[in-house]
Ligand binder design. Structure first.
Ligand SMILES: Cc1cc2nc3c(=O)[nH]c(=O)nc-3n(C[C@H](O)[C@H](O)[C@H](O)COP(=O)(O)OP(=O)(O)OC[C@H]3O[C@@H](n4cnc5c(N)ncnc54)[C@H](O)[C@@H]3O)c2cc1C
Length: 449
């Protein structure tokens, strides 16, 4: 006899566990299964945008996050070569966004979210891999696990980039993008700074993210270009140090610190949308969509998606039109993610930043509200197209063509690229170009001591 639930959630991290919590609190019979043993890491840095923290707050998770020692992040800075902007107290970020950022290690965050799902009444089964889908008349009716079948009215794939549910349900990928960067990160003890400040930046062809995290540790991540992959992978420890050295203030605050544990590396990934739903199944979080991690969106996206999906499921299973609810949610997801997907792709593209983009950024942050606008884009409050407009690129081009006439040829090529991308993406909107699902389409991580 198979166990029977209303909803079976595959994957118990920042998409799966909050969804299980929300549904169980609404009285649904929920089972959440994960092949991992918890607590455990997943290959990811973990700056959580305020919009994601707001969801965690509504879930009741923020007090638990505070108890981990992770400081609330309400200040920071962004560097793009010689363009530098401080996000200081004058921006009143928490007041404006409703929440601070947090940077909590996934080994800590995911356990805490899983505990909440269990407390809400969801049945939690870890170290239990889903190996197959049960179907009846073309409708998914449950899953196979090593411990036996589990049936449910709805199967949710919250099982990350290498989603077994997506693969087995035949969800196709569309708008696929190639990786621009690889990511190296580690934790440090004894950093000069422990207050809640985030550092973001790109110097030359290396991007950076750094912030204090839970347990009194400091997280530093660098993202060199995929073009330099072999060099960075041949000695990741040295690669991380070289990357950090590009950012003087970061190098300075880490000077007295000691690295704790290995350097984490993530080099193999790609960006995609996946068909989000079909008869008896739906995908949420990275299982359904993944974008370049450079702007740090994935955790907040997963949380926002889940908060929108939970009421659709409750309504659909409560006698409403479940398929219609899920289809509407899937359309919302694509629309919600569209602009940020391409913004992230551009931000993380390999190569040095075009002088046109640097000039746009310089112009933006030279205005008092510009720094805030940039953060509002990262927080999903303002669409990238409202801030980084083609007209601004044209103005920057015109200005640079006058002040740096010798680079006119390169500037013209850059402008063509920017405008060409814009035109192509407008043409793609609402018209998915499907790819056959890639085998092993997920990310692959390494730990390098
Ligand atoms: C290098 C890197 C840096 C990043 N940095 C940031 C950042 O700073 N900020 C941010 O917001 N986002 C960041 N992200 C994105 C973020 O990591 C993801 O968006 C987020 O992890 C998505 O969560 P999820 O729950 O959908 O999937 P996951 O966290 O991948 O969880 C999926 C779970 O499913 C389980 N699973 C898989 N297959 C099966 C199966 N067959 N049976 C049972 N269980 C299964 C896995 O064990 C896993 O526990 C980064 C990503 C990468 C790669």
């Amino acid at each position: 006899m198979a166990d029977r639930f209303d909803v079976l959630v595959v994957g118990a991290r920042c998409a799966g566990s909050p969804l299980a919590t929300m549904l169980a609190r609404k009285g649904l019979r929920v089972c959440v299964v994960d092949r991992s043993k918890f607590p455990s890491e997943v290959p990811s840095t973990h700056g959580i945008q305020p919009t994601g923290v707001s969801v965690l707050d509504r879930l009741g998770a923020v007090d638990r996050i505070r108890a981990t020692g992770a400081p609330a992040i309400d200040r920071g800075s962004f560097r793009l070569n010689d363009v530098f902007v401080e996000f200081d107290d004058r921006l009143r970020l928490v007041e404006r966004f409703g929440s601070p950022m947090y940077c909590v290690r996934r080994v800590t965050l995911d356990q805490l979210l899983l505990d909440m799902a269990a407390e809400a009444g969801a049945e939690v089964r870890t170290e239990s891999a889903v190996t197959g889908l049960l179907e009846h008349g073309g409708v998914v009716t449950g899953v196979e696990t090593a411990a036996g079948p589990i049936t449910a009215s709805l199967v949710v794939g919250a099982d990350g980039p290498s989603s077994a549910v997506a693969r087995m349900a035949g969800a196709r990928e569309y708008h696929v993008t190639e990786p621009g960067r690889l990511f190296l990160w580690a934790y440090f003890e004894g950093a000069r700074e422990t207050e809640g400040r985030i550092r973001l930046g790109k110097v030359g062809d290396v991007a950076m993210l750094a912030a204090p995290t839970d347990g009194g540790l400091f997280m530093a991540a660098v993202a060199p270009s995929q073009l330099d992959k072999d060099r960075y992978l041949s000695d990741a420890s040295r690669g991380l140090s070289d990357g950090i050295a590009q950012f003087e203030d970061l190098a300075d605050l880490l000077a007295p610190a000691t690295r704790v544990g290995p350097v984490r590396v993530m080099a193999r990934w790609h960006g995609y949308f996946r068909e989000a739903t079909g008869p008896g199944w739906v995908l949420v979080g990275d299982a359904g969509h993944f974008k370049d991690p450079t702007p740090g969106q994935g955790i907040a996206d997963a949380l926002r998606q889940v908060e929108k999906l939970a009421p659709a499921i409750v309504e659909g299973l409560g006698g409403g039109d479940l398929a219609g609810q899920l289809d509407a949610w899937a359309r919302w997801r694509d629309e919600d993610a569209w602009e940020m997907y391409w913004f992230a792709t551009d931000l993380g593209a390999s190569g040095v930043t075009s002088p046109i983009v640097s000039q746009m950024m310089r112009d933006l942050v030279s205005r008092p509200e510009g720094a805030l606008k940039f953060l509002q884009v990262l927080n999903h409050d303002v669409r990238p197209s409202k801030v980084f407009k083609p007209s601004a690129a044209l103005r920057s081009f015109a200005r640079l063509a006058v002040t740096q006439p010798r680079t006119a040829r390169q500037l013209t090529a850059d402008l063509r690229g920017i405008v060409g991308n814009e035109v192509q993406r407008r043409g793609l909107r609402g018209r998915p170009s499907f790819e056959v699902a890639r085998s092993g389409g997920g990310r692959a991580a390494e730990l390098v001591s």
